[in-house]
Design a protein around this ligand. Sequence first.
Ligand code: ATP
Length: 281
Amino acid sequence: MEINQKAPAKINLSLDSLFRHSDGEHEWEMVMTSVDLSDYVRIRPAAHIHVTTDSGFLPEDPRNLAYQAARALQTAAGIHAGAHIHIEKHIPVAAGLGGGSSDAAAVLRGLNELWGLGYSKQQLAEIGLTVDSDVPYCVYSETALVRGRGEVVEPLGDLPNFWVILAKPRVSVSTPTILRAVDDSNKGAAPDTQRVLAGIAHRNFEEMTAGMSNVLEAVTAARYPEITALKQRFVKYGAQVAQMSGSGPTVFALCEKKSRAMHVYNSMKGFCKEVYLVHTR
Ligand code: ATP
């Protein structure tokens, strides 16, 4: 028996940190969606948990978030079954696209099936939160409002139709470093989350994009000028909106028309090595 799970990349249409909890963790309010750039996770029964990847540099031991997800599920279910987990990596690493979290969530969904556990998505999301704050969202991997420390995931239904162009500069960003550095003095403009939600409910692209923003963007962009340069290029080439995803450094742009998205994508390729034209799932 082999179970195959797709692990899509996520982008943050909006990202706000409302306050810090006493333990330093952020209280998030984020609108997230997934795009069709995915890792593929293959799971087979085995005596112990093993993780392999085709990446050549990712850890294949307990440091891998996929391994941690499998262990968390074993512990929650109180079982000793193992699995061989192979990750075919396509999502850029440490990019703000949640690749590791999505692999972890795919492992939770896949092992839930392999081990016949019958957990609901909400239960898997709770287990996933112990691995990383983006894992609960990735268990769903559909457009959602995400709150709390990442554990409150409210699916939102269909988005207005648009194309997404992702551009990943050649720097890797450590999410914990950025999250520690954020305070009220260096935060970027807050999104108008209600406006983003209203735009999605009305399937109105302009209304949705008018509310979009990411408070982490100013913090990461102050360290990596590539981010502002990519945003400026995107706008110059005709993107309707350009914004950093997560803690960066990937910048994404949105276009309603495919022809315009193709033009932006082709133009960006001359400027940035890693560019992807994708659609929301
Ligand atoms: P987020 O926005 O959720 O912080 P990210 O896209 O910025 O995610 P990831 O690609 O998930 O970052 O990787 C972050 C770190 O996790 C890297 O240092 C990487 O070595 C480690 N890691 C562990 N397991 C994985 C995995 N399966 N895929 C990618 N990275 C992993």
